[in-house]
Design a binder for this molecule. Structure first.
Ligand code: UTP
Length: 408
């Protein structure tokens, strides 16, 4: 993109200030800025006003989950089906590691956090160990796609290399970068990080599939014959990955997707719950759960919306291709955005000063016709690390790991 094209693009979205310092930049900086302008989708900013109105929910009703009891009854059959698919190379895993992990407060990527007590035990190491269990069980290497972002790609890839991929076969690990979205003021002007850089952040965990497409990973997936993708968050150190029983259940029930769920610990637990929305599978995020939704009971007097998602999903890849042209709802989130002020000084704000723009993986579920909620035991499969202490923290995860006989 040349200067004039950049000017035109920026004028279309009212962002001309991005070129304010262009004449002061050296040749390389100029090229970088023009490339960033070219690659940035400024249209998201025009959605600020739409979002204030907020998407209303459709008609919400309970969804039937496959419970622990039912899974136990068919465990062997499901596991056999899942293992057959894995041995045929039809399953891949996608690790979402593009987040900023701001709540944990470490400068490094979240997966590099050492949760060990007597020896180093990195979050990434636990994830790889969990996947190796299935590699050992199936006797097959499983392709693992790791999503990083502009902010953590180099550090993450260097760390894996330094740790010798935690004994995983490096030929089966593929890194790809998540697309970035601009961050703006409340009035919709993009922030500048520097004279030659627009302030950007990863475009939310819903960006994984389009980022896979943009980086050519989906072409690889098609060539390799991978049909199922198990997508999961970096921070649940107990989760089972490429779980053959889960895969077998989703295949047997002929579903387009599956979501691992746990019974909510209490009605106020901050997890999204599965439901049907206008007859389609859907997830109501914790901040959208009304009193009425929380208090609704099923025919047995149990909470009707009690299955919380743990960010471990299975998707049939072909189904994703079909929905990928549908736009995911944009979540506009107030955040602290470091920026350069009008005098050219770098500012690290103490309180939120603008918006970031994200899409969420949970919104993909609603675009599909079917999704199987698959219950797992929370004490065996759910140890999220969001904070340093308290709920969903390093402390609580360590306790759960030890309960599961994992040496720390
Ligand atoms: P969270 O929503 O918990 O965000 O991510 P986070 O960035 O890890 O942590 P905070 O909120 O800043 O403290 C859930 C999962 O989605 C991934 C994260 O890496 C984590 O695995 N994620 C999130 C991405 O891959 N990209 C994103 O843009 C956001």
């Amino acid at each position: 993109m040349n200067f004039e094209e950049a000017q035109n693009k920026l004028a279309k979205y009212g962002q001309e200030h991005v070129l304010k310092y262009f004449n002061e930049l050296n040749r390389e900086q100029k090229e970088n800025l023009l490339a960033q302008i070219d690659g940035t989708d400024f249209s998201v900013i025009s959605k600020i006003t739409d979002n204030i109105k907020k998407n209303p929910h459709g008609i919400i009703s309970p969804i039937k989950a496959m419970t622990l009891k039912e899974i136990e009854a068919y465990k062997e059959e499901f596991t056999k089906t899942g293992l057959e698919a894995i041995r045929a190379g039809k399953a891949g895993a996608v690790l979402l590691a593009g987040g900023m992990g701001t709540r944990l407060g470490s400068d490094n990527p979240k997966g590099m956090y050492d949760i060990g007590i007597t020896k180093p035990v990195y979050i990434f190491q636990r994830i790889i160990r969990n996947l190796l269990d299935i590699v050992d069980m199936s006797g097959t290497w499983i392709h693992l796609f790791i999503m990083t972002s502009d902010k953590n790609h180099e550090t993450t890839t260097a760390f894996f290399k330094e740790q010798k991929y935690f004994t995983y076969n490096p030929g089966y690990i593929h890194f790809f970068k998540q697309d970035m979205a601009p961050a703006s003021t409340y009035e919709g002007k993009v922030y500048m990080e520097d004279k030659d850089r627009i302030a950007t952040s990863p475009n939310g965990n819903g960006g994984w599939y389009s980022s896979m497409q943009n980086s050519g990973i989906t072409d690889f997936i098609h060539k390799a014959g991978i049909e199922w993708l198990n997508v999961f968050a970096v921070d649940n150190v107990l989760q089972r990955i490429a779980d053959p029983c889960f895969l077998g259940a989703v295949i047997s029930k002929n579903c387009a997707a599956g979501a691992k769920v746990v019974c909510k610990a209490d009605p106020d637990e901050k997890v999204g719950v599965m439901c049907l929305e206008d007859g389609h599978p859907s997830i109501v995020e914790y901040y959208d759960q009304t009193e009425q939704l929380r208090n609704t009971k099923d025919e047995n007097g149990m909470p009707a919306y009690n299955f919380g998602v743990i960010l471990n999903y299975l998707f049939h890849e072909r189904e994703l291709e079909e929905i990928c042209d549908n736009e995911l709802p944009l979540h506009i989130v107030e955040k602290k955005i470091p920026y350069m002020d009008e005098t050219g000084k770098f500012v690290n704000p103490a309180k939120p000063n603008g918006y970031k723009f994200e899409t969420l993986i949970l919104d993909m579920i609603h675009l599909l016709d079917t999704c199987l909620p698959f219950e797992v035991e929370r004490n065996k499969e759910f140890a999220p690390i969001k904070n340093k202490t308290g709920i969903d923290s390093i402390e609580s995860a360590r306790k759960l790991l030890q309960e599961n006989n994992i040496e720390l």
